[in-house]
Design a protein around this ligand. Structure first.
Ligand SMILES: [Mn+2]
Length: 326
């Protein structure tokens, strides 16, 4: 699959009729924020965009997904332009993989995952902290070309949310001076930074708070406390009356433990596999995840393991980390 230049991306966006924007599975603030921003931009261009997600969008992101673009659609026009946003592999489309094939195959993808897979013509910028940084450039290019009068206020806020979300509120190592410059420009354009950051990082539902409490009291570590992990199984979720989405911040709780260099969560998936998420303070976890059939970024990666129990999956993942660490 070919790689697109930025100019080619801009041309494709300008040419896109009936755009369908696809988020990745377990949608996060970047994929939802970038889709919402692009939908707002396409809307301002008079294009009637829609956003389709393979999984329900978490309630905490509803300030981004409340618009008409996110309403379920019964049928997709066959002449749609299908665009994957922040989707690193075909597997990350979940059940949408089979929906968007054949006549409705992907037109192109916009991504920032260094080790992502190009399964359609792709615009990739792996030095972007979030796809939102790319959408920002795109919005400015469209304004410069006169395609847009200005960046719609909703898009300004959605881009800010995307960047803030994937950068952990500008805390992670993927943040560059450019990330801050983009954020500053967005604030100048009217982004409500304090409110967006509050909604993304400070507000937690009761369910998420309970999930974090569980995680905090069930962290396992290696004797040197450098590797820490927690298991989240169906049985635990059922017992607590919680859903998978309530454990989205579990990894942050694990990585907050003093001395931890590699944090992991092992979560049972609906497909019966165990999804392992890895976060690192230095070690390249994308490389470790790749040895287990996964991928991601150097300091945030993941893979899916087909084992009988979560304990087994954790042991395999911990062993893979140890092999790289010691
Ligand atoms: Mn992203």
């Amino acid at each position: 699959m070919n790689e697109l230049s930025f100019d080619e991306l801009v041309e494709r966006v300008i040419a896109a009729e009936k755009p369908i924007l696809l988020t990745h599975t377990r949608p996060d603030g970047d994929t939802v924020g970038s889709c919402a921003a692009l939908a707002s931009i396409f809307g301002a261009m008079g294009r009637n965009p829609i956003v389709v997600s393979p999984d329900p969008i978490p309630r905490r992101l509803s300030f981004l997904s409340g618009g008409k673009w996110f309403a379920p659609v019964k049928e997709y026009p066959s002449d749609s332009t299908v665009i994957a946003v922040d989707v690193a592999s075909p597997q990350q489309l979940g059940e949408l993989q089979s929906v968007f094939s054949g006549d409705l195959a992907l037109s192109f993808m916009i991504d920032h995952h260094e080790r992502g897979v190009a399964f359609a013509p792709r615009y990739l910028r792996s030095d972007a902290s979030a796809v939102g940084e790319i959408v920002y450039d795109l919005a400015l290019a469209l304004v410069e070309k006169g395609v847009l009068k200005s960046v719609p206020p909703f898009a300004v806020n959605a881009i800010f949310a995307s960047v803030s979300s994937d950068s952990g509120c500008f805390k992670y190592s993927n943040v560059t001076p450019r990330t801050h410059r983009i954020a500053a420009s967005l604030i100048e354009l009217g982004a409500d930074a304090p409110e967006i950051n509050r909604l993304l990082f400070d507000v937690k539902t009761e369910e998420i708070l309970r999930a974090e409490g569980y995680v905090a009291s069930h962290v396992s570590t290696t004797p040197d406390k450098k590797i820490a992990w927690v298991l989240v199984t169906d049985a635990i979720r059922d017992e607590m009356g919680l859903l998978d989405e309530h454990f989205e911040t579990a990894i942050d709780v694990v990585r907050s433990l003093e001395g931890v260099e590699i944090a992991m969560t092992v979560k049972e998936s609906p497909d019966g596999k165990f999804k392992v998420s890895l976060r690192s303070t230095g070690l390249d976890v994308a490389k470790i995840a790749a040895t287990l059939g996964g991928g991601g970024h150097a300091r945030a990666a993941g893979c899916s393991l087909s084992t009988c129990t979560a304990e087994e999956a954790a042991r395999i993942a911990v062993d893979a980390v140890k092999a790289e660490m010691y």
